[in-house]
Design a protein. Structure first.
Length: 701
């Protein structure tokens, strides 16, 4: 036996008759459970016994017949697609043609069999392919109620375009992929009967299947809910998505209201009490559920707000790390804070340049010795290399300034500009998206509280009207019995205060505010990096190139001096024959070149790091965007805020329909008390609509 431990809230009088809500749940959920005779299924507080089931037929037809144990009504439930070969290939693909597939004929045969062997069928239902089977049977049996959920089309030419098939009701889920495709392809005219959209489901790819069937797995309390967020985290909760929950019905009769107002009712004590009970149990219950969704959204937004400094710090740390990694060299560690490693490297180069200069001075001492003076006298050549060191010293000073500018630019971006990436919004908020959502929700919360208070007073007023009806009837009966005139005692009916909700100036761009803020922040960040870092990196790279060339000039100068001194003239050769002059000058030249060669190696690594940094800066900007998106408002949390808004707006939308019917029913009475109740009903309806509009701003991209 499959049972729900708690029946669903139902505001109107207990209705034993099988309703659309029951048929939709049978079609979208229970049809796929493979029940067998004589199991009992609990649906919306009613018990249905399985009287017959037919599975795994040659054509793929799956169906079961259930009986409402209160009323004896028989319902055939046709099962949707489950088998690849028989359902999808053998049937669904053929529905696009004009020849009915075998399953449709078998469905008609099963309907006939149940009628003959079990009893007259009152209603038929199905989802998807089961919906097509339902409609195929229904077009031949206008006295049988047919209800489908997201049905497949019938073969071309099967429905009569001149027949309105008023006994057939088709519910299209708001996020169902099948019926949306059918409508887009303009073939939904091959679904006979009325078409009504219901607000069940959620815009999630992961719920594609349940958006089509209308249901997820049932929990222990008999509810169909989707978990939002993680347990223990702000905003964690559940959204009810069962399709039948979103079929709006009359508070008096339980009749669906999607096709218009319910049949006119008589305004009397009984029906006014039903209305009051419906407001308390159904409307209040549904609005409390919507209020819970809004509260969860607020929790998420406040949680994001509380992490404001954390979000900024994470962006700063990520950018610092990305900048260091872009150079791919340990020298650039700390470049976004102090540039200590690079500054130390420049100090090392200065030190090595000083050492090289000292050694060149020693080389000059040898070159300017007596043998050298002889060579100079004979060759008239000046071989001093001392003047070679002025340009590289200037280059190192320029490089030091460039690195200071690079560090300063990076620090400015980190500490000044990155925090500004979150600024903006309608009121130039410090935390644009979070603050605007908080401001919007503050108004919604206040309006929601006003509406709920108004509903409580409204319920009291309706009960007062019902009591007035009762007292009037009692007074009239007493007058008849005593043969006197009716008493003039008046019943005081509580009045509902006129409630005006506050407009919200926020979310003019709906939930695009996050996307817009991210784009603005990303554009600004790109400008910062491009204007403040890229030129400095390129300048430093150019200075290093000049320094590298200057080192080559030093090496060349030393080598030239050595060649002239030893091999460039006969005097040098003569001197070398009688002294160790050549050995001394060679050693001095080698010592002078050694620090220069070492600098060349260091500069090469330095330049490669700058080159990588320059070429990788565009990638740094591009790769930083996801971190901006997370900092503006974490994607998963933002999605959950939107989902809660979708769920809340769906309920408000449905309550508008409920109050449209209430206003309609009360408009047919002329009594002042009823007219007052009607006017208040209009006010409540308008406030629900206004609040709905404000919540809907948080649902749309």
């Amino acid at each position: 036996m499959v049972e729900k431990t708690e029946p669903k809230i139902n505001g109107h009088a207990k209705i034993d008759k099988t309703q659309d809500t029951d048929l939709v749940e049978l079609a979208g959920y229970h049809a796929y459970k493979k029940y067998k005779k004589p199991e009992v299924i609990a649906v919306n507080g009613k018990d249905f016994r399985v009287k017959n089931s037919k599975y795994d037929t040659d054509s793929g037809l799956d169906a079961l017949t259930v009986q409402n144990l209160e009323t004896g009504e028989l319902t055939i439930v046709f099962v949707g697609s489950q088998q690849l070969d028989k359902d999808w290939i053998g049937t669904n693909t053929k529905l696009l043609r004009d020849i009915p597939p075998a399953q449709l004929e078998d469905a008609k045969a099963y309907f006939k069999e149940v009628n003959e062997k079990i009893g007259p069928v009152t209603s038929i239902t199905g989802n998807s392919l089961g919906g097509a089977l339902t409609n195929a049977v229904a077009i031949d049996h206008p006295n049988v109620k047919a209800v489908t959920l997201n049905p497949a089309i019938l073969p071309e030419g099967m429905p009569d375009p001149d027949n309105d098939y008023s006994h057939i009701t088709n519910y299209f889920s708001k996020y169902d992929p099948l019926t949306k495709a059918e409508q887009a392809l303009q073939i939904d005219n091959r679904i006979p009967g009325g078409h009504y959209t219901i607000n069940n489901g959620l815009p999630l790819f992961s719920l594609l299947g349940s958006n089509h069937t209308g249901y997820v797995g049932m929990d222990k309390n008999g509810e169909f809910k989707v978990k939002i967020g993680n347990e223990g985290e702000p905003g964690h909760g559940f959204i009810h998505i069962g399709a039948d929950d979103h079929i709006v019905t009359s508070l008096w009769t339980g009749e669906p209201l999607h096709g218009g107002n319910a049949g006119e009712i008589k305004i009397n004590k009984k029906n006014m009490m039903l209305l009051a009970d419906g407001i308390k149990n159904n409307v209040q219950g549904r609005l409390d559920l919507a209020a819970g969704y809004i509260d969860n959204s607020v929790s998420i937004v406040k949680s994001e707000g509380a992490k404001f400094y954390q979000r900024i710090t994470e962006m700063q740390e990520v950018f610092e790390r990305m900048l260091e990694e872009a150079a791919g060299d340990p020298l650039f560690k700390g470049i976004a804070l102090t540039g200590y490693a690079l500054k130390s490297c420049i100090d090392f180069l200065i030190s090595m340049l000083d050492t090289a200069e000292e050694k060149c001075h020693f080389l000059n001492t040898i070159l300017n010795s007596k043998p050298a003076e002889l060579i100079e006298h004979i060759t008239s050549t000046d071989i001093s290399v001392e003047t070679l060191f002025a340009p590289p010293k200037k280059h190192l000073a320029d490089l030091n300034d460039s690195i200071d500018d690079l560090v300063s630019g990076a620090k400015n971006i980190i500490y000044e500009e990155i925090p500004k990436l979150l600024e903006g919004g309608k009121d130039a908020f410090v935390d644009a998206v979070v603050d605007e959502l908080e401001a919007h929700y503050e108004i919604i919360q206040a309006n929601k509280d006003k509406l709920i208070s108004q509903l409580t007073n409204y319920e009291s007023q309706i009960r007062g009207v019902a009591k007035a009806f009762d007292q009037k009837d009692t007074s009239l009966a007493d007058a008849i019995e005593t043969k006197t005139g009716p008493t003039s005692e008046m019943v005081t009916i509580p009045e509902t205060e006129i409630v005006t909700l506050e407009d919200s100036p926020y979310l003019e761009n709906r939930m695009k505010i996050r996307e817009m803020q991210v784009d603005i922040a990303y554009s600004s960040f790109n400008v910062f990096v491009t204007d403040r870092l890229a030129p400095v990196v390129l300048l430093a790279d150019g200075v290093l190139l000049l320094f590298e060339k200057a080192l080559e000039v030093i090496i060349g100068g030393i080598d030239a001096a050595l060649n002239i001194a030893l091999y460039g003239n006969p005097a040098g050769w003569i001197v070398s024959m009688f002294t160790d002059y050549d050995q001394k000058i060679k050693e001095a030249a080698r010592d002078a070149k050694q620090p220069v060669v070492e600098m060349e190696s260091t500069v090469e690594g330095f330049r490669k790091g700058l080159g990588r940094l320059a070429s990788n800066l565009p990638s740094v900007v591009h790769d930083f965007k996801p971190y901006i998106e997370t900092a503006v408002f974490e994607s998963g949390n933002f999605k959950n805020v939107r989902l809660y808004n979708v769920a809340a707006a769906a309920i408000f939308d449905e309550m508008e329909t409920v109050f449209d019917d209430i206003v309609y029913q009360l408009s047919n009475e002329k009594g002042s008390a009823i007219q007052s109740a009607r006017d208040v009903s209009k006010g409540v309806r308008n406030n629900i609509s206004m609040l709905n509009g404000q919540v809907e701003l948080g649902t749309l991209q």
